[in-house]
Design a protein around this ligand. Structure first.
Ligand SMILES: Nc1ncnc2c1ncn2[C@@H]1O[C@H](COP(=O)(O)OP(=O)(O)O)[C@@H](O)[C@H]1O
Ligand SMILES: [Mg+2]
Length: 272
């Protein structure tokens, strides 16, 4: 028998009350994610991706509907969640190692065994020897790698990532995709990854959920069939490009539904 899904998002809606009236950030979202699945949520800017992730993380309550993780409703952040944001948000006065250990100290867990794990993680992402460096001594890609190690240091069951590589240049971003893939193969947790890059989503994921704007909802759920471990060469595969084309078409449909005129050129550029 199939085990029950780990994450269940059921009829979730989010409305923000603002001085200029209510803003519907997520109109309706329903989907499930299995344990150890890596799922990307792909969609244009402003379609509610971050809001959805914050609700799954327990950092923002849903206005309607329910979210459960491992059968229990999410009512706040949990130790089994690990989070990575677009900005690495490292503490500037602390070393890379101390930044990675920060959640351990916050959770008042034993530091000695965690230090070993932190060092292994840093080594794994190619930062062996950099553990004593401060954030300003590291490149953007390195800082983001530290942030990923920090999210994994307490061995969370669930890694939630909100456009972690969006601020990086294209080459660094490719490197980070490969690094994340390697981490995934080694640690194999459940992953929810927000992005507006089609290729990044297809490369990394077992499934891609496409979100549209107005109404903000999930319009497609596409399974990515490539076996793991994967490397960059799958991006040359005609099937890879076929799937990217299919996802692009679903995003275009989303624009059309929202009544937004977006010529293909502009859209292609936005989703390169
Ligand atoms: N705290 C907030 N208060 C009011 N409106 C918000 C807030 N957060 C997000 N929004 C609005 O909700 C919509 C979705 O935002 P967001 O989830 O950040 O989208 P995405 O991450 O896909 O770019 C946007 O229109 C945004 O302006
Ligand atoms: Mg966002």
């Amino acid at each position: 028998m199939e085990p029950p899904p780990q994450i269940v998002v059921d009829g979730v809606r989010k409305v923000y009350e603002t001085p200029s009236g209510p803003v519907e950030a997520v109109a309706r979202a329903s989907f499930t994610i299995r344990r150890r699945e890596f799922v990307s949520i792909l969609g244009p800017s402003g379609c509610g991706k971050s809001t959805l992730l914050m609700m799954i993380a327990g950092l923002d309550p849903a206005s309607e509907g329910s979210i459960t993780v491992d059968g229990a409703p999410v009512t706040g952040p949990r130790p089994e969640f690990g989070l990575v944001f677009q900005d690495a948000t490292l503490l500037p006065w602390k070393s890379a190692l101390e930044n990675v250990l920060f959640p351990i100290r916050m959770m008042r867990r034993e530091v000695a065994p965690a230090r070993e794990r932190a060092m292994r993680l840093l080594d794994f992402v190619g930062l062996g020897g950099f553990e004593g460096k401060k954030p300003h001594q590291l490149s953007g890609g390195m800082r983001q790698r530290v942030a990923i190690c920090r999210a994994l240091v307490h061995d969370p069951e669930l890694l939630l990532m909100d456009e972690p590589f969006s601020a990086l240049d294209a080459i660094t971003r490719d490197e980070m995709n490969v690094a994340l893939m390697d981490i995934w193969d080694a640690y194999h947790k459940t992953g929810v990854f927000i992005t507006h890059s089609i290729r990044e989503a297809v490369f990394l994921s077992d499934r891609v959920l496409v979100m549209a704007k107005r109404p903000s909802t999930v319009v497609a759920d596409v399974t990515i069939p490539f076996p793991r471990p994967r490397d960059m060469s799958i991006q040359e595969d005609p099937e890879f490009n076929r799937i990217c084309g299919e996802l692009r078409a679903r995003i275009e449909e989303g624009y059309a539904r929202a009544g937004e005129a977006r010529g293909p050129r502009r859209s292609l550029k936005a989703f390169a």
